[in-house]
Design a protein around this ligand. Structure first.
Ligand SMILES: Cc1cc2nc3c(=O)[nH]c(=O)nc-3n(C[C@H](O)[C@H](O)[C@H](O)COP(=O)(O)O)c2cc1C
Length: 306
């Protein structure tokens, strides 16, 4: 391949949502799954699992829950999950205790899952298929997590459909390269460049108003704010969340035998939190309640394990 071939290949990528009703031959499926597993992966830990949807009832439910009907009509549909459950099982199998790193787990497991699935999509495109990533899993995350019986340590990042296109090629615009590739340090876009971006991207929407389309997702009151609540709930339930609210920390303290909490303002910006257990009390300092309480809890638990 030469540079022109590479550009031609990627110019022929487009997201396809309408597929011909044809099954994918076994050797094609084998090749695209091989490509997925050859993707780079942090620490070779392979922190992802794909759930291949083959049962028509599960497919229909996933199509409904994600509001993406093509999950049901594609040759192949997968749910792409970030997964540290298997990794933890491997560690436990050899007698190690898994560490506590929920934010790092999200970071690397999502990275691994995306790289593997995008490898799969590119391999599929090499074979003449096209596909569609489906962030619509966010529309009903808790139900999807239950439907697919995802254990703690696993959450669905997105779905991916693959099939033979039954729609016209549509090349969707991209931002000017200077906006997304910066040299040596981050460059904030100028107001002119921002205005130019809306012109360049106008063709992506039927009304020619990219700002309106972005706002429906990302502005105040947009769908991402609704998704934020669902994602936090599922991340917490699946073991990927920091214990970050004062309520949760206090519940943890009560469970650990510290049923009383006293909080005092110390100077203008600092707080001290005391966890009390009758004759024992542990102090934590912090700029806000959660931090002070977290520090007090750490002190109390440290003492207990020493
Ligand atoms: C993480 C992610 C989530 C997406 N979610 C959806 C979705 O739920 N439904 C859909 O029809 N397309 C979805 N898409 C496809 C995008 O709309 C599409 O990639 C984008 O418009 C660019 O178009 P192109 O791939 O044809 O260039 C998603 C893409 C990504 C990467």
């Amino acid at each position: 391949m030469n540079p022109a071939d590479v550009k031609t290949f990627f110019r022929n990528h487009w997201t396809v949502r309408k597929y011909k009703s044809v099954p994918m031959p076994e050797d094609h499926l084998d090749a695209i799954l091989y490509a997925a597993q050859r993707a780079p992966t942090d620490a070779t830990a392979q922190m992802y699992t794909f759930i291949r949807l083959t049962d028509s009832d599960v497919r229909q439910q996933m199509a409904d829950l994600t509001r993406n009907a093509h999950i049901n009509t594609a040759s192949e549909s997968f749910v792409i999950c970030a997964d540290i459950h298997r990794l933890e099982s491997l560690l436990k199998h050899r007698g190690y205790t898994p560490g506590n790193y929920p934010a790092v787990a999200v970071h690397f497991a999502v990275g691994d899952a995306v790289m593997a699935a995008q490898n799969m999509l590119i391999a599929a495109e090499m074979l003449g298929y096209m596909g569609c990533w489906i962030g619509g899993v966010m529309n009903n995350l808790p139900e999807i997590t239950r439907l697919l019986k995802l254990p703690e340590g696993v959450f669905p990042f997105a779905a991916l459909t693959i099939g033979v296109p039954d729609e016209e090629h549509k090349l969707r615009p991209r931002l000017d390269r200077a906006l997304v590739v910066h040299e040596n340090s981050y460059q904030d876009p100028t107001p002119e460049a921002l205005s130019q971006a809306f012109e360049e991207m106008a063709a992506i929407t039927s009304r020619g108003d990219w700002a309106l389309s972005l706002s429906r997702y990302f502005a105040q009151g947009g769908s991402m704010e609704v998704r934020e609540g669902h994602l936090r709930q599922v991340l917490h339930q699946q073991g990927f969340a920091h214990v970050s609210t004062a309520d949760q920390l206090f519940q943890q303290a009560v469970k650990a035998g510290f049923p009383e909490l006293v909080v005092r303002q110390k100077g203008a910006a600092d707080l001290e939190a005391w966890l009390d257990q009758g004759h024992l009390a542990y102090r934590g300092d912090g700029g806000h309640l959660t931090e002070a309480l977290e520090n007090a809890l750490m002190e109390a638990l440290k003492e207990r394990t020493e």
